[in-house]
Design a binder for this molecule. Structure first.
Ligand SMILES: [Zn+2]
Length: 77
């Protein structure tokens, strides 16, 4: 299921929500798989994830990746 607004939501800065789910929506299935694995792999650093996402044309902050990984973001509630 594709959310036509996913890309816009992902690009929306500020607010209290976590941007990771929105960013995931804009990824291809292949990228999403790799991203999910990277997020749970402790040997992959958060800055590395941010860098790769940038390469994929997705901008997320280091803070968002870190908080999501630690379960300290809005979507862990
Ligand atoms: Zn999150």
């Amino acid at each position: 299921m594709t959310d036509p607004l996913a890309e816009f939501r992902a690009a929306t800065g500020g607010g209290s929500g976590c941007r990771i789910p929105g960013a995931r929506q804009t990824m291809t299935a292949q990228h999403r798989d790799a991203f999910d694995q990277a997020m749970t792999d402790r040997t992959i650093s958060a800055p590395a994830i941010v860098k790769v996402l940038e390469r994929w044309g997705i901008n997320v902050t280091l803070h968002a990746v870190g908080a999501h990984r630690r379960g300290q973001c809005a979507c862990s509630k």
